[in-house]
Design a protein around this ligand. Structure first.
Ligand code: AMP
Length: 249
């Protein structure tokens, strides 16, 4: 069984991003970039399914600037077999990514498609859902457990106040939640091996997809800065401040 995993290159989760001067975007020109953490979980799940003998081939796909090839190499160092880079300088919105992935999936015919539940840069949480709609495939989002057997995926999902278990026919789309697994670190030998694994490059035009943005960002703002706290000497002062300054009592 072939599995396809979509991985996004995003600003590293440790970087504190700043809004640019004209408040139209965040300034990440020189920021450290990494694989989206939910995509690492998606790759790890595919690798575990391969180690369990259920999956025979893992194809990783990323859409974006040429440097996204590094993200694909990282995914191959974790255990993916080959990679496809859809190269474009356009800012990609989730609908464009979903259309690009749908085009690749039509060529590749994987039985299982795993995405992160959201990208930590735009926090959209849309691509997997849009992809399922475009392909008319069943989907299970926010997966915390995935079992593949008898041509079906049984997926446990984290929902408000509990867990939901779904059974879907393959091919199907799964998006990963934080507790699905704990991704491994790539070993040096595997990083070296990944350099020799196949990486094909294509473009939105080759795939016949128009990636022009459909949404316009009107304005971006930093969250309001919080004023510094103070230490009060005793409970009486605290009550006085709550009553007369904060006026919450
Ligand atoms: P989003 O809908 O933007 O929050 O992203 C959810 C998931 O869609 C990510 O975790 C990836 O698996 C996938 N995805 C989003 N953008 C891209 C991209 N440019 N290339 C590959 N996969 C992507």
């Amino acid at each position: 069984m072939k599995v396809l995993v979509a991985v996004k290159r995003v600003v590293d989760y440790n970087v504190k991003v700043r809004v640019n001067a004209d408040q139209t975007d965040v300034d990440i020109a020189s920021a450290k970039m990494s694989m989206n953490p939910f995509c690492e979980i998606a790759v790890e799940e595919a690798v575990r399914l391969k180690e369990a003998g259920i999956v025979t081939e893992i194809v990783v796909v990323s859409a974006g600037v040429p440097q996204a090839a590094e993200t694909l190499r990282s995914a191959m160092a974790l255990g993916a077999d080959r990679a496809i880079l859809i190269e474009t300088a356009e800012q990609l919105q989730p609908l464009a990514v979903a259309k690009l992935l749908a085009a690749v999936i039509k060529n590749e015919q994987p039985q299982l498609i795993i995405l992160g539940k959201q990208a930590i840069d735009d926090d959209s949480n849309q691509t997997g859902q849009m992809l399922a709609a475009l392909l008319d495939y069943p989907q299970a989002t926010f997966a915390s457990k995935v079992v593949i057997a008898d041509g079906k995926a049984t997926v446990t999902r984290e929902i408000d106040g509990g867990l939901e278990t779904l059974s879907m026919n393959l091919p199907a789309i799964v998006t990963t939640d934080l507790r699905l697994n704990e991704p491994r670190y790539a070993t040096l030998p595997n990083i070296m091996k990944a350099k020799k694994k196949p990486l094909d490059t294509t473009t939105p035009a080759d795939l016949g997809v128009d990636v022009a943005p459909r949404l316009k960002i009107l304005k971006m703002m930093d969250p309001p800065t919080r004023s510094a706290g103070i230490i009060v000497p005793d409970v009486a002062t605290l009550l006085d401040k709550l009553r007369n300054e904060a006026k919450v009592l």
